[in-house]
Design a protein. Sequence first.
Length: 141
Amino acid sequence: MILLVEDNPAHAELIIRSFKAHQVVGQIRHIFNGEAALDYLYQRKDYADPQQNPRPHLILLDLRLPRINGLEVLKEIKKVDTLKKIPVVILTTSAAEEDVVRAYNYHANSYLVKPVDFDQFTQLMDNLVFYWLGWNHQPGP
């Protein structure tokens, strides 16, 4: 299961459409802000039922989020033993060196800048799916 944390509906739609060709659409949970992402990951409030809200195998995290920004979400994820082994891929429009450095300082597993061109964006999503959901080996729960 993939947790997509993205506040821009147009970007989220492009990401979800890109995954359709890889048969993973039903396995994507879309969250719109950083606070809700942490609630989901900690399985609290509206996300308290672990059967309905399972731990993701991969987190796609935007940086510019309302309520709690993506870097703060990443920092929290990587502090918690039950969450820190979940790969977190930063997927953002920011190519700022400061953002890249801070993301890796907080133990991001990858940092991807969203291309503006649709075909390039689709290719990036194809590569992401193949790597993280196909080729990459992760420890069990």
